[in-house]
Design a protein around this ligand. Structure first.
Ligand code: ATP
Ligand code: MG
Ligand code: MG
Ligand code: MG
Length: 487
C-alpha cells in the first residue's frame, strides 16, 4: 500500500539521519529572521544563509553544522518565487508547501554523493521506477561567464540514467537563486514522468540539488562564496502524489481531509479534480484555492505573520480575501466557514509543526474576524456602488475616483478585479483609462514622497489591473514552463 504523507516525510528524514549521518534540524519560521531580501521563507536553505555567506557566529550551534536535513515550511507568494497566480489553476504549485532538504556544508560532500543519495532514496527506498525519472543539469550561460556543469551530467550517466533522459537547460531553469540577492549556484534536478511511456512525457519537477558556489550581490554581480555547499529541496506534496500514484498533489491524503471538509461545509458537489476549461463554474478550482490558502494562512499566522497593510502581511491579506471570495462566491460557504477549516489543517500538520497546535484557536478566530471584516467591506462597497449608480446615466462609465476609493484609500481595500466584477453584476463599465491615469499619478506622487509601503500596495493593485484584462479568459493549463503539463 502507498505510504501516507507523514510516513513519506519521516522516511526522508530517517534516510538522511540513519543511513547518511545527517543531523535533523527543525523547520525555521516562515517569517524571515533579519533578512529584508525576503517576504517569506521560500526554501529550506534560507535559515542557513549565514553558513553560505561565511558570516555565521562561530559560537552558535549552526557553526558546527556539517550534514543536516529537515522539512521546511515554505511560502511562495510575492518576491522572486511567487506562485500565487498558479494556485488553483494547476495541480502542482502551492502557496504553502513543505520542502524536504539535505545539506552538506563546507565541502563535507559534493555533487557525486548528493546525486547518489538522492537516486538511492527515490529508487531504492521509495521504489520509484527508474524509467519514470528524468534529470536536468546546468548547460552554462556564456553571457554570465558560467561554464556548463558537465560533472553533474556525467554523474547521472554513471548512475545509469540513459543519455536521452539527461537534459541541459540554461540559467532560467538550472541556476538557482534564493532572491534578487543572496547565495546561488548551478543546480541539477530530478523530474518524474507522469505519462510513464504512454505518449509524450509529462514531467513534474520533484527534487532540486543546488551546488552553492556564488553570492548574487546588490549590483547584480556574482561573487564566489568562501566554500562550496550542497543544498537540496524536494516538494513533499509532489513526492507524495507520485508515491500515491496521483497526477495531482490535491489527490493525496495531504489534501483530502480539507477537500472533504469543504464538501461537507458548503453543500457543493464533491471535489472531482477538473481543471482548465473542463472545470465549469470553477468549482474544483475554488476547492483547490481554498484548501491551499487555508494552509498558508494557518501556517503564517502561527508564525506571527498576520494579514495587514504592507509587505508579507499585505500578501497574506490578499490570500485571505482570495480564499473568502472563492469560498463564498463559488462554493457558497456560510459565514465563518474559513475559520472552521483551521482545525483540519492543525490536525494534519500540527504534529510536525507544533506552533500550529499551540496557537490553534487564535488562528481560527483571527481568520474568522478577518473574513467577517472583508465581507463587511464588500457590503459597504456594494452600497457605495449603488449610491454612485443612482447619479449615472445609462451610458456613463463608473467614475475612476470612486473605484479608486473602493480599492485603495477608502479603507475598503477591495481588489480592483473584484470592484470590476461587482460593477459587471450591475451592468456598468468602469472608466479603466481614468483609473490607469489615477494609478500613474498616484505612483508618481508616491515616488516623489518615497514611501515604500504605499508603493508596494500600488504595485499589487496595478498588477490586479493586469488580472482584470485577463478576466473572462478561462484558465488554461498550457503553462509556459517546459516542465509541467497536465491534461
Ligand atoms: P517549479 O519549476 O515547478 O515552479 P521550482 O523550480 O520553482 O519548481 P525549486 O525552487 O527548485 O522549485 O524548489 C525545489 C522543489 O520544491 C521543487 O523541485 C518542487 O518539488 C518544490 N516546489 C517548488 N515550488 C513549489 C510550489 N509552489 N508548491 C509545491 N512544491 C513546490
Ligand atoms: Mg517555481
Ligand atoms: Mg523549476
Ligand atoms: Mg527547480
Amino acid at each position: 500500500p502507498p505510504l501516507h504523507g507523514s510516513a513519506v516525510r519521516d522516511a526522508f528524514l530517517s534516510f538522511f539521519r540513519d543511513r547518511h549521518g545527517h543531523r535533523l534540524v527543525p523547520s525555521a519560521s516562515v517569517r524571515p529572521r533579519g533578512d529584508p531580501s525576503l517576504l517569506f521563507v521560500n526554501a529550506g536553505m534560507n535559515q542557513f544563509k549565514p553558513i553560505f555567506l561565511g558570516t555565521v557566529d562561530p559560537r552558535s550551534e549552526m557553526a558546527g553544522f556539517r550534514r543536516v536535513a529537515n522539512s521546511q515550511k515554505c511560502v511562495r507568494a510575492g518576491g522572486r518565487h511567487n506562485d500565487l497566480e498558479d494556485v488553483g489553476r494547476d495541480l502542482s504549485h502551492h502557496t504553502f508547501f513543505e520542502m524536504l532538504g539535505n545539506w552538506a556544508f563546507g565541502d563535507e560532500y559534493f555533487k557525486e554523493e548528493a546525486c547518489g543519495m538522492a537516486w538511492e532514496l527515490l529508487t531504492q527506498v521509495y521504489g520509484i521506477p527508474k524509467d519514470r525519472l528524468w534529470v536536468s543539469y546546468f548547460g552554462g550561460d556564456s553571457k554570465a561567464g558560467l561554464d556548463p556543469d558537465l560533472e553533474s551530467r556525467d554523474i547521472w550517466l554513471s548512475l545509469g540514467v540513459p543519455a536521452s533522459r539527461v537534459l541541459s537547460f540554461g540559467s532560467q531553469e538550472n541556476f538557482w537563486e534564493m532572491g534578487d540577492t543572496g547565495p546561488c549556484g548551478p543546480c541539477t534536478e530530478i523530474h518524474y514522468d507522469l505519462a510513464g511511456g504512454m505518449g509524450a512525457p509529462q514531467l513534474v519537477e520533484l527534487w532540486n540539488l543546488v551546488f552553492m558556489q556564488h553570492n548574487r550581490e546588490a549590483d547584480g554581480s556574482l561573487q564566489p562564496l568562501p566554500q562550496r555547499h550542497v543544498d537540496t529541496g524536494m516538494g513533499l506534496e509532489r513526492l507524495v502524489a507520485v508515491l500515491q500514484g496521483r497526477r495531482s498533489t490535491y489527490d493525496t491524503d495531504l489534501f483530502s481531509p480539507l477537500l472533504n471538509a469543504i464538501h461537507k461545509g458548503c453543500g457543493v458537489p464533491p471535489y472531482s479534480g477538473r481543471i482548465g476549461a473542463a472545470d465549469e463554474g470553477h468549482i474544483d478550482t475554488a476547492y483547490r484555492v481554498v484548501a491551499d490558502h487555508i494552509r498558508t494562512l494557518s501556517v503564517c499566522i502561527a508564525d506571527g505573520v498576520t494579514p495587514g497593510m504592507s509587505g508579507a502581511p499585505l500578501v497574506l491579506r490578499r490570500i485571505l480575501r482570495r480564499a473568502v471570495r472563492f469560498s463564498t462566491e463559488i462554493l457558497q460557504a456560510p459565514p465563518g466557514f474559513l475559520g472552521s477549516l483551521v482545525p483540519v489543517v492543525v490536525e494534519m500538520l500540527g504534529a510536525t509543526y507544533p506552533e500550529l497546535q499551540k496557537n490553534s484557536s487564535q488562528i481560527a478566530s483571527l481568520v474568522s474576524e478577518d473574513e467577517a471584516a472583508f465581507l463587511a467591506s464588500l457590503q459597504r462597497g456594494r452600497r457605495i456602488i449603488d449610491r454612485t449608480l443612482r447619479h449615472l446615466g445609462p451610458s456613463d462609465l463608473f467614475p475612476a475616483e470612486v473605484a479608486w476609493t473602493l480599492s485603495l484609500s477608502g479603507n475598503l481595500g477591495l481588489p480592483l478585479d473584484l470592484v470590476e466584477l461587482m460593477l459587471e453584476e450591475k451592468g456598468v463599465k468602469l472608466d479603466s483609462a481614468g483609473l490607469e491615469r489615477l494609478a500613474q499619478e498616484e505612483a508618481q506622487h508616491r515616488a516623489q514622497q518615497a514611501e515604500p509601503v504605499q508603493e508596494e500596495r500600488l504595485r499589487l493593485d496595478v498588477h490586479a489591473l493586469g488580472e482584470l484584462q485577463r478576466r473572462g479568459v478561462p484558465p488554461t493549463d498550457d503553462s509556459p514552463k517546459y516542465n509541467y503539463s497536465l491534461q
